[in-house]
Design a protein around this ligand. Sequence first.
Ligand SMILES: O=C[C@H](O)COP(=O)(O)O
Length: 253
Amino acid sequence: MRQKIVAGNWKMNKDAESAQSLASEVVNMVKDEVTSEVTVVMAPPFPFLSSTQRQIGDAAQVFLGAQNCYPKDSGAYTGEVSVPMLKSVGVTYVILGHSERREYFGEKDATIADKVDAVLAGGLVPIYCCGESLETREANDHEAFVSGQLDRELFHLDAEAIKKVVIAYEPIWAIGTGKTASPEQAQEMHATLRNHLAKKYGSEVANAISILYGGSVKPDNAAEIFAKPDVDGGLIGGASLKSRDFLEIVKAL
Ligand SMILES: O=C[C@H](O)COP(=O)(O)O
C-alpha cells in the first residue's frame, strides 16, 4: 500500500517562538487525535529545524522536512544548506522543485535533478514538486507540461531510486490563491502522472509512489480531494500555519 502523507510547508513564515508553539501543538494533536497511519511532515524554515525536531521528539508518525537544499555536501557556497547538514538536525524529507523556487530563484530542470540526486544519495526523501501555470492549463498543455517535468528532472533515476521519491502535484494557479483544483482535476492529473511513471518504470513501481496534491487545500475541501484514488495526501501551505486547520486536514486523509 502506498504511504499516505500530509506535509506542511511553512514557507517563509513564523519566528522562533511561534514556530515552537506551532510544532508543539501539531505534535500533541497528532498524538492525541490521529489514529490512522498517515505520515505527518512539518517543513519549517531552516532556522527552526532544530527546535521543531525537539518538539517532534519520539512522536512515531511526525517527521521533519526542509524546504530546499544545495546539492553539494560542503564548501564555499555562501548562504546554502547541504543534505548532510539537514540530516544532522534530524530532517527526513526535503521539498524540491517548488514552483516558488522555480519562479523567484530561477531553479531550472538540471538543478532540480541534481538536488533530487543529492537528497537520495544522503538517504533522505525528496518531495518533488511539479505543476503547470494557468496559461499552460488554459492552452490545454498541462498533461504534456507536467509529464515533461518528470522526464527532465526525475526520469534519470532507476526504478529502485524513483520508488523512494514522493511526488507533489501543485498546479501553480491553485497555490495560495484560494482557488483549488477540483477533486476531478486533481485525480485526472495524478492518474496522468502515474500512467507516465508506469510507461517508464512499469505499473508495480508507479503504484508504489505516493503522489500528493498541493494548492489551497483547506479543512473544508481536503476530504473530497483525498478521497480520489490516485491522491495519496497533500502538501499544505497556508493551512499548515494553523495547528487546528492542519490537523483537520491530516484527519481528512
Ligand atoms: O507547498 C505548498 C503549496 O505551495 C500549497 O500552498 P497553499 O496551500 O498555501 O496553496
